[in-house]
Structures are given as C-alpha cells and as structure tokens.
Design a protein around this ligand. Structure first.
Ligand SMILES: Cc1cc2nc3c(=O)[nH]c(=O)nc-3n(C[C@H](O)[C@H](O)[C@H](O)COP(=O)(O)OP(=O)(O)OC[C@H]3O[C@@H](n4cnc5c(N)ncnc54)[C@H](O)[C@@H]3O)c2cc1C
Length: 456
C-alpha cells in the first residue's frame, strides 16, 4: 500500500484520509470473517475424481472450495502457468497506480494441500470417454470435469498487428501483462508529445467490459494533472449500440464522457491497424430492417488502445462443448445452464468464469459469486442429486473514472442494480471515493488471500 501511495503521489496528490480508509477496511474485514465462517460450514462425503482445467480466478477458487468441502477430495488441477495473475490490476499497471510486481504471485503457493497439480496444457477433451489429453503429460480420466480455462485473446483477428508486434505504431493493449506495462509508458509519452488518441473495445464478448472505458478516462485525467489536456484529443469507439448496458449506471457514465469532452462513437468495429502509418481501419455497422450494412472508414492516430476479439479456447470448439451455431458460433463459449453451471449436454461437466456462455459480465467479481454455487452444485451431482443452487447473474465492474473515484457497477442478469459491498447508504449511481479505496487497496488482497483460498 505504501508503494501504491508513493506512485500515486507522482500522478495526483491523493487526498488520503486514513480514518475513512480504516473504517471502511474494518467493515470489509468483518465481511471476510463472516465469509470464512460460511465457507467452513459445509461438508460432504461425496466421492469421484474431479479434473479442473485452468487454475485462474475460477479454477483455483473451485479447487480450494471443493478441497475444503469434500471429506475425501480427489482433485487434479491442470494449468501450465507458473503465475497467478490478478488481472483487474492490469488497468492499474497501465495507469501507473500499481507496479507490475504487485499483480502476480507464484501459482504453487495457491495449490490447496492434497490437490494434484499437472503443470501442463489441455489440448483436447473427450466428453464421451470422460478424459482429457494434455500436451506433455498424456491422457487423464475424470468422473467430473470443471471447465475453467478462461478465454482466448485472438490477436490475429485484428489485421496488421499481432501479439508479438503489440506496441508497434503506438498501438497498445493492457489485456496482456507486458502490454499493460507498455501502455503506461506510452500514456506518459502521449501526454508529453500530444496528439490524437483512439480507444476501442471489440465486437465479441470480452472480459471486463469496463476496462477500455477506464483506460480512456484515466488517460484524460492523467493528461489534465500533467497540465497537458489541451495537447490531446480522445475518442472512444465501441462495437456496441450503447456505451454501457446497465441503465442505473449509464446516465452518469455518459455525463462523465461529456464533461471530459470525449466523443463516443457507437456501432463501430475495429478491423485492422496500419502501424507503419498509424491509421486505424474501422467499419460503422448500421442495421436497416433485417440487414446489417458495414461502411468502412479510417482514422489516423498518435496513440491507440484497442482490444482483440475474444473467444473460448480452441479445444472447447474441437470437443463440441461450445456453441457451434447462432450468434456465438465464432466465440464458442461453453454451453451451460445459466443458473446451475451444468453443461447443456454433459451432466458431469460444470463450467464457469470467462470461458462459459453465462450471459453476464466476464469479471472475477462475477466469479466470486459463481464459485460457491458451482461447487455446491458439483457436489450435488457427485451425490447423485439435482443441483439446486441458482446463480442470479451477479457481476461487478468497478469503472475507474479518475485517479480517486470509481463508479461501482454491480448488477444481475436482468441488468438491475445490486449491492454486495457496504455501500448501501450511498448513491451508487455516481462515482465515489470509497469505491476507489476498495478497488485500489482491498480487492486485490481479497482476491489473493480470500477468493483463491476458498473463502467467500
Ligand atoms: C485489463 C483487465 C481488466 C480487468 N478488470 C477487472 C475488474 O476491474 N474487475 C473484475 O472483476 N474483473 C476484471 N477483469 C476480468 C477478470 O480478470 C477475469 O474475468 C477473470 O480473471 C477470469 O477468470 P477465469 O478463471 O475464467 O480465467 P483466468 O483467470 O484467465 O484463468 C484461466 C486459467 O486457465 C489456464 N489455461 C488456459 N488454457 C489452458 C489449457 N489449455 N489447459 C490448462 N489450463 C489452461 C490459464 O493458464 C489460466 O491460469 C479484468 C481483466 C483484464 C484483462
């Protein structure tokens, strides 16, 4: 926390009220204590071999929960990564609030005692024969499968740029650990040299829908603090038909973009980036009757932040576990029941987190709510019972509106506003300082020390 405050002082003078923070931290601490008690108050003698594919936010939390709740757990976790990343921190690296070292820990420190970790990648799943194939460790059979490999960033689907050339032509993306670090360097430089900044999302479902909007607003505030706002223009492009689709929060977000003089361009799809001449290629999509009409256009830029299209990992499609037709055919998200997480075709497979087709926001905040329900439902399946726990689509997206404020968007499947943090006395349709404190100082330790360790 000390380092974060020091870094922040170089950007904005944080009006840091220790008493305000301590009061807030105490209420969060009490909630965590209750969460730990709740997490310990359940157990089952159910048996069966569980294989978990992917040990990120969802997979590791599932491993921890199931290991806690099953009296005789038999759990194998397959994941090739040495590191556990706190990805929501990537935005804070890209805006200079966090140091890169703040957002990751060694994967081995999270593997629950007794859980077998196969440090490898899954390359195929055979849901008929109940086995998975790995790159180096052969085949592994299962009785029950938890599918949590996250999503795939399809860099090659933006013409003119690839993962390896990320940053070339000053085109950046903080959805990657190195990319986030390059983004921060480039934003500081952009404020000095000035020019035109373009910010885009992508036309597929993507993790943290708020992130592209946050980095745009943070650039604007950073430039203002550096007394360089007049040197830069900022433009936001979204493939969606509105800036944000949760009505309780949209008016204030639109107002903020208006106040900051950042034009919003709707229904625009990024096609490619000519990094040599710093020109972005877009398509404006108009729907006339049943027909969609795409009109190409280009924009030159000096700094650009973009998102690549996203999908479930390829092995999901190849195993026939994802969508093969309809609007998600290209993205092949895993088909699950949106309340119970059970696969639509295979009753011994559960999926949650980013790779699933759950029609809510792809965030680790959503996963925080999904995990205890999914773990209980899996245990019911192991006991030969119907899964009864029902997920209401809870998701949260803390939209950082400047260095010091966050619009804490929490909502359900119906896009109705919810509140899970101790904010109920406040007007949550506006950005707040308390939500900033939560975002910068509390959520990361809750992730590493609470959620990933099987606590609520
Ligand atoms: C820039 C950015 C900002 C964000 N901001 C927020 C925010 O403010 N709030 C919020 O709640 N969420 C935020 N998120 C989203 C959040 O980080 C994700 O929703 C969450 O990490 C998804 O968890 P997951 O377990 O589904 O996938 P991941 O956490 O990505 O984990 C997937 C795991 O699967 C493993 N894996 C992949 N392929 C295979 C394979 N073939 N075999 C075995 N293992 C495999 C990977 O190594 C990884 O460990 C943000 C994300 C980004 C990138």
């Amino acid at each position: 926390m000390k380092n974060t405050n020091e870094r922040l002082k170089n950007i904005v003078e944080p009006d840091f009220n220790r008493r305000e923070f301590l009061r807030f931290a105490t209420s969060i601490g009490l909630l965590s204590l209750l969460g730990t008690q709740e997490a310990n108050a359940f157990s089952s003698k159910a048996q069966g071999k569980i294989v978990i594919i992917g040990g990120g936010a969802a997979g590791m939390s599932m491993a921890a929960r199931l290991n806690k709740w099953l009296k005789e757990p038999d759990i194998t976790l397959i994941d090739p990564s040495d590191r556990q990343y706190y990805q929501p921190g990537f935005t804070l690296i890209a805006s200079g609030v966090y140091d890169p070292e703040d957002v990751w820990k060694k994967q081995e420190s999270f593997i629950p005692k007794g859980v077998k970790w196969v440090k490898d990648s899954v390359v195929a799943v055979d849901p008929i024969k109940n086995k998975v194939a790995t790159a180096k460790s052969g085949e592994i059979g299962y009785d029950f499968l938890v599918l949590t490999p996250g999503l795939q960033l399809n860099w090659d689907r933006v013409e003119g740029i690839s993962y390896n050339s990320l940053g070339e032509g000053n085109a950046h993306c903080m959805y990657d650990f190195e990319g986030a670090q390059k983004t921060w360097k480039a934003i500081q430089e952009f404020a000095k040299t000035g020019g035109k900044g373009l910010y885009t999302d992508t036309h597929t479902k993507h993790k943290c829908g708020g992130a592209p909007k946050k980095i745009c607003l943070l650039t604007e505030h950073y430039a203002r603090k550096q007394k360089a706002r007049d040197n830069i223009s900022l433009n936001f492009y979204t493939a969606s038909k509105e800036l944000y689709d949760v009505p309780y929060f949209t008016p204030r977000l639109l107002e903020i973009y208006g106040e900051r003089e950042i034009p919003i361009n709707l229904n625009v799809k990024l096609k490619g980036i000519d990094t040599a001449s710093k020109v972005a290629h877009f398509e404006k999509i108009e729907t006339i009757g049943e027909e969609k009409i795409a009109t190409p256009f280009t924009e030159s830029y000096d700094f650009m932040h973009f998102l690549p299209p996203m999908s479930a990992p390829d092995f999901i499609r190849e195993a026939g576990l994802g969508w093969t037709e309809g609007k998600f055919a290209n993205e092949n998200w895993v088909m699950v029941d949106k309340e119970t997480f059970v696969h639509k075709n295979y009753a011994n497979i559960i999926s949650l987190g980013d790779c699933s087709d759950l029609p809510t926001s792809k965030t680790s905040a959503a996963i925080r709510m999904q995990v205890p329900l999914a773990a209980k439902n899996l245990i019911s399946l192991m006991e030969g019972k119907e899964p009864v726990e029902k997920y209401n689509g809870y998701a949260a997206c803390p939209i950082v509106t400047d260095y010091g404020h966050v619009l804490m968007c929490e909502f359900d499947y119906k896009k109705e506003r919810l509140s899970s943090f101790p904010f109920s006395m406040m007007d949550m349709s506006k950005e707040s300082r308390l939500a900033w404190l939560l975002k910068v100082y509390i959520l990361k330790p809750l992730f590493f020390h609470g959620m990933l360790r099987g606590r609520s």
